[in-house]
Design a protein around this ligand. Structure first.
Ligand SMILES: NC(=O)c1ccc[n+]([C@@H]2O[C@H](COP(=O)([O-])OP(=O)(O)OC[C@H]3O[C@@H](n4cnc5c(N)ncnc54)[C@H](OP(=O)(O)O)[C@@H]3O)[C@@H](O)[C@H]2O)c1
Length: 339
């Protein structure tokens, strides 16, 4: 059994990477339906720094409740250390991965040596990969899955009324992925290729070899060429960059095509109707069953998680500083020393 205290990263006030403090805190206790996970690695995601900053861009009514001090982190890979009395299906010693409680709470407290996890958020760690790569999967992988393959829930996006329904992908579909080298983008590219689609990857030039190795059929360096001018007649744009600039991709779509902005932006229903296209989005949600399906693709090698960089848990500040420099290729992951 674990000892009573553990090391964790906490923030006591919102701000820059310097607010992330490495501290001694109590080990949490699993509630009903939960297990305690001994954390081996933690995936770093944009919501980690949105939370660290106090979510300045999110309207107050959409902000989940938050109590400080807060342990950030949603993505975990580790080993089950204890189980609540009512838990079946997971046992001490199982290797697991999960996107924890997203978006129910602001952060899932994964930047720690131990974290509690609802079993519904967990899947077995893919046996073929290590904890570091496995920790990079949950949020980015589930985002790509829920946008492109299967939504898996009925919750409307808080940012858009239209219900998201992934378009069926096959050998006749052309998909443009903007921000293709990032956490969501590199996994979305591989899922689209797994379905047989033709993929146009958009990223800065340094990522070309990486993205072609992952299966990109065409590559556009957005620093040299405007993808919205170079491309016409695609079925689907997955824009992982999103925001106000996402609308420019509407003109790349054929009639009947769809744009999926992963980060919310502003669109005009009238313009979409005139172009004969649809724009829909979703907010990723924890889903252990979908994560298990993704895990099988990692086990077969159909999909892989690429590593941008790794940092020790104690150096979470440096990991956030790395993220702030941008141009991420794959995932940033924190490793947790089990000494
Ligand atoms: N809807 C949801 O539930 C959901 C879930 C997960 C993430 N998100 C959002 O999706 C976004 C992406 O997340 P992520 O984890 O994939 O981020 P990430 O790992 O930081 O990747 C972002 C990628 O975008 C590229 N990029 C930046 N500017 C670009 C531009 N102008 N044109 C093309 N590519 C550009 C970056 O590299 P280069 O510039 O070098 O190409 C980087 O590879 C974030 O805003 C996140 O908040 C939303």
């Amino acid at each position: 059994m674990p000892t009573h205290t553990m090391r964790a990263i906490r923030l006591h006030e919102f701000g820059g990477p310097e607010v992330l403090r490495y501290e001694e805190v109590p080990v949490p206790e699993p509630g009903p339906g939960e297990v305690l996970v001994r954390v081996r690695a933690v995936g770093v995601n944009p919501p980690d720094w949105y939370a660290r900053e106090g979510m300045p861009d999110v309207p107050p009514e959409l902000k989940p409740p938050v109590d400080l001090p807060l342990i950030p982190g949603t993505d975990v890979s580790g080993v089950v250390a204890a189980v609540a009395a009512d838990v079946s299906g997971f046992a001490v010693g199982d290797e697991v991965i999960g996107l924890l409680r997203f978006p129910t709470v602001l952060q899932g407290s994964a930047y720690a040596e131990f974290v509690t996890a609802p079993t519904s958020d967990l899947a077995r760690k893919p046996a073929a990969i290590d904890h570091v790569h496995a920790a990079g999967l949950p949020m980015s992988g589930l985002t790509a899955w829920q946008f492109l393959i299967e939504l898996g829930h009925d919750h409307p996006s808080p940012f858009q009324e239209a219900r998201h329904r992934p378009m069926a992908l096959d050998g006749g579909t052309t998909v443009l992925i903007n921000g293709a080298a990032g956490g969501v983008g590199h996994l979305a590219l591989q899922l689209a290729k797994w379905k047989g689609a033709r993929v146009i990857a958009v990223a800065s030039g340094a990522h070309e070899t990486f993205l072609r190795e992952l299966g990109a059929d065409e590559f556009i360096d957005y620093t040299k060429e405007r993808p919205e001018e170079a491309v016409r007649g695609v079925d689907l744009v997955l824009d992982t960059v999103g925001g106000p600039g996402s609308r420019r991709f509407l003109r790349t779509l054929k009639r009947g095509g769809s744009l999926y902005p992963v980060y919310f932006g502003a669109f005009d229903d009238k313009e979409n109707a005139e172009l004969g296209v649809t724009v829909t989005a979703t907010q990723v949600r924890s889903n252990g069953a979908q994560l298990a399906e993704l895990g099988r693709l990692l086990d077969t090698g159909a999909v892989r998680v690429a590593m941008d960089s790794t940092f020790a848990l104690a150096d979470a500040r440096a990991a956030h500083e790395r993220a702030a420099r941008g141009h991420i290729r794959g995932k940033i992951v924190l490793t947790v020393d089990q000494g």
